[in-house]
Ligand binder design. Structure first.
Ligand code: DC
Length: 278
């Protein structure tokens, strides 16, 4: 994410990485960071909100500043979407065919999605039937077909329940965590110490996305992206299981008129206040 300008600019990475993690070389390995939060203090920070609010890059920077681990739950849904496509199941999943959906969830469970925490940011890994080894899916999950398919996949109730279980396990293994997604404060970690909900005007989110696409060399029109984002918002907000909602006890941050540093500064201050670190 660029720190320049007066709005929240996202970095010029792969087109579909608007809400993905961006590798920053030269940073210390996750889980071994020096932290301003005293050792022994467990702290889960959740960041939820719609696409285009800069959640992923903000979460990454906040985790880095605070010396906490980072969980990108969108990467898990994207990995499931990649599996649905690669196994030829996506049409059945889209059509909500019960037999296909059950098979799909079983295949995802067998793939044993997890993160390689030694990578920075952590790499999403899945067991490949072809190689019999765990393979990283980081690049695959940012491809346009995955981005197109992921909303339908994220509606699958049994898949969501599977992901919630996995994410809670990750929370147990990494109890000093910044986690971002759509349902982290509302469903997965209702007892999180600090919950944020990032939001921004639809037009501003679309403009950020358009800037990002253009920086990556793709033609993009904010007007068209507004319609696409509005469709994704609707899909995220209306699904039966784990819809995007602002948890009652969340701190809402409207990033419409804030730049990247202002957003991260604000979140960092709120977390440090909450744990009583001056
Ligand atoms: O944040 P993202 O664009 O990488 O998320 C990809 C998709 O997964 C998006 O459609 C929202 C969905 N998602 C979800 O339903 N629940 C989460 N906790 C994270 C992402």
């Amino acid at each position: 994410m660029s720190h320049k300008g007066d709005t929240l600019h996202l970095p010029a990475v792969a087109v579909e990485a608007a809400s993905g993690s961006i590798a920053r070389p030269g940073r210390p390995t996750m889980g071994r960071r020096k932290s301003v939060i005293p050792q022994g203090v467990d702290i889960i920070v959740t960041i939820d909100g719609p696409a285009g609010t800069g959640k992923s890059t903000v979460a990454q920077s906040l985790a880095e500043r605070l010396g906490l681990d980072l969980l990108d739950t969108g990467a898990m849904y994207r990995a499931a979407a990649a599996i649905a496509i690669d196994q030829g199941l996506i049409d059945g999943v889209r059509a909500e065919d019960p037999a296909t959906t059950a098979r799909f969830v079983q295949i995802v469970a067998d793939a044993d999605l997890h993160f390689d925490w030694m990578a920075d940011p952590p790499a999403i890994m899945a067991m490949s039937k072809a190689t019999g080894r765990y393979e990283p899916l980081n690049e695959r999950i940012r491809t346009p077909d995955v981005t197109k398919a992921v909303s339908a996949v994220a509606r699958v109730v049994e898949l969501r329940r599977h992901m919630v279980r996995k994410q809670r396990l990750i929370g147990q293994q990494h109890p000093r965590l910044v986690t971002e997604g759509r349902d982290q404060g509302s469903v997965v970690f209702p007892d999180a110490l600090v919950k944020f909900y990032l939001d921004a005007d639809l037009r501003v989110r679309a403009e950020r996305r358009a800037d990002q696409l253009r920086e990556a060399g793709y033609p993009a029109q904010a007007d068209e992206l507004m319609a696409e984002l509005a469709r994704r918002d609707e899909a995220d907000r209306t699904r039966e299981e784990g819809p995007l909602v602002c948890p009652q006890d969340a701190i809402t941050v409207d990033t419409t008129r804030l730049n990247f540093d202002q957003v991260v500064d604000r979140l960092e201050r709120d977390v440090l206040d909450r744990v009583g670190v001056a």
